[in-house]
Design a protein around this ligand. Structure first.
Ligand code: SF4
Length: 347
C-alpha cells in the first residue's frame, strides 16, 4: 500500500516539532495559522511565545488586540492574528471556550479554510479528513501524473478525491502528517530526492522524468499598462489610417497614426516628442480636442487610450505619404479595433 510506505518513511524521517506532540486543537490551530506563508524554523519560537502568553482559548479571547498583534510582530499578514483573536472570542461566546469538534463548525471559524479545518479535524480529533496543502498537491501530482491545475476548482476537487482515496483506512492524524512531511522533506519542489525515495517504483514523475513539470499551476498573468495617443488627423471628411503589424495586439487591423508611451504624457509634452514633430514637418495644424477613453482592458494589457483630433488643410493631407487617406464614409471597409470604431462613430 502506498500510504503505508509514506507512513513508514515518516516514522523514520519526521522532524520533532512542538505542535506534533499534542492533540490539543487550540495548539494545532495556532501552529497551522502561523505556518501559512511562514517557514517551520521561523514559526517554532513564535509558537512557544504565543502559547506561553495565551495558553488557552479563553486567555487569547481576553487579551487585547494590541497584545495579540505584538506577539505576531515579524510574522506578517496581521489579518491572520486578528482572525485568530476574533475566532477565539467566538468560541468563548458560542462554545463556552471549547474548540468545536466537527469539521463543519471548524470551517465556520474566521480565518480557517478547507485545508486548515481538515488538518485540525484530523490531527486533533482523528476525523477522516485528508488535508491537502501545497506539499500534498506536489506529491499527488507527481506520484499519479496529474496535470490538472492545482489552483483551479476542478483541480482542487480531483486532488481532494485522490488524497481521500490514498488515505483509505490509515489513521488520519498520522497519514496527513506523513504526506505533508514527505512533501516538505523528500518530494521537494526543487530537486526532489528521488534516488532514495520509497515510492520510486510507482511514481509517474520519476518513471517519466516529469518531476520538473509537476505540479502545474495557473500562472498569474502580469498586466502591462500601455499608453496610446491616437491622432485623428483630418481635413473635412477625410482622415488618416495605418495598418498595424502582426506581432502585437489587433494584428493587421487599421488605426489612426499612433504615438505609444510607457506612461501618461500631457499634450504639451506630447507635441515635443520626436514622433509628433516628424509627423507634422511643414504642415500647419490645429489641435481641435483631446478625448481620454476609459481604460480598454485586454486579457493581459490595460490600454490607456487618448484621441487627439488634429485639423490640417486639404493639400497637406497629401504630405502624409506613409498613411492611407480615406473618406469617412469608407471607414466601414476597414477592420478597426473597437476603440477606433467607437471614436469614429462620435467624430
Ligand atoms: S520518486 Fe521523486 S518525484 Fe516521485 S514521489 Fe519520490 S521524490 Fe517525489
Amino acid at each position: 500500500m502506498l500510504n503505508s510506505k509514506i507512513i513508514n518513511w515518516y516514522e523514520f524521517n519526521k522532524r520533532d516539532l512542538p505542535w506534533r506532540n499534542t492533540t490539543n486543537p487550540y495548539n494545532i490551530w495556532i501552529s497551522e495559522i502561523m505556518l501559512q506563508q511562514t517557514q517551520v524554523v521561523t514559526v517554532i519560537d513564535y509558537y512557544h511565545r504565543f502559547i506561553n502568553s495565551f495558553p488557552t482559548i479563553k486567555d487569547l479571547a481576553l487579551a487585547s488586540e494590541q497584545d495579540v498583534l505584538n506577539h505576531w510582530q515579524g510574522l506578517g499578514y496581521y489579518s491572520r492574528a486578528r482572525n485568530l483573536h476574533q475566532a477565539a472570542k467566538f468560541i468563548v461566546d458560542n462554545y463556552n471556550g471549547v474548540f468545536p469538534n466537527s469539521f463543519d463548525n471548524i470551517l465556520k471559524l474566521k480565518g480557517i479554510g478547507v485545508y486548515t479545518a481538515s488538518a485540525i479535524a484530523a490531527f486533533a480529533f482523528g476525523l477522516s479528513k485528508a488535508a491537502v496543502d501545497g506539499n500534498v498537491y506536489r506529491v499527488l501530482s507527481r506520484l499519479f501524473g496529474v496535470y490538472e491545475l492545482t489552483n483551479s476548482p476542478k483541480g482542487k476537487k480531483t486532488f481532494q478525491l485522490l488524497a481521500d482515496e490514498l488515505m483509505a483506512n490509515a489513521e488520519p492524524h498520522i497519514y496527513n502528517q506523513a504526506i505533508i512531511e514527505f512533501g516538505a522533506l523528500q518530494c521537494t519542489a526543487k530537486k526532489p530526492m528521488c534516488e532514495d525515495c520509497p515510492l520510486q517504483a510507482q511514481c509517474f514523475a520519476y518513471l517519466n522524468k516529469e518531476q520538473n513539470s509537476l505540479p502545474t499551476k495557473k500562472k498569474k498573468i502580469k498586466l502591462t499598462n500601455r499608453y496610446f495617443y491616437y491622432l485623428y488627423i483630418f481635413s473635412e471628411e477625410h482622415f488618416l489610417l495605418q495598418q498595424r503589424g502582426d506581432g502585437d495586439i489587433w494584428r493587421k487591423m487599421f488605426e489612426f497614426p499612433l504615438i505609444e508611451a510607457n506612461n501618461r504624457i500631457e499634450l504639451v509634452d506630447l507635441i515635443h516628442t520626436e514622433t509628433w514633430r516628424s509627423l507634422f514637418v511643414d504642415v500647419k495644424i490645429e489641435v481641435k480636442d483631446q478625448l481620454a477613453t476609459k481604460v480598454h482592458k485586454l486579457s493581459h494589457q490595460n490600454l490607456h487610450i487618448e484621441f487627439i483630433s488634429v485639423k490640417v488643410d486639404r493639400d497637406s493631407m497629401n504630405k502624409f505619404s506613409s498613411f492611407i487617406c480615406i473618406d469617412k464614409e469608407k471607414a466601414i471597409n476597414f477592420p478597426l479595433p473597437k476603440p477606433i470604431e467607437s471614436y469614429l462613430a462620435r467624430a
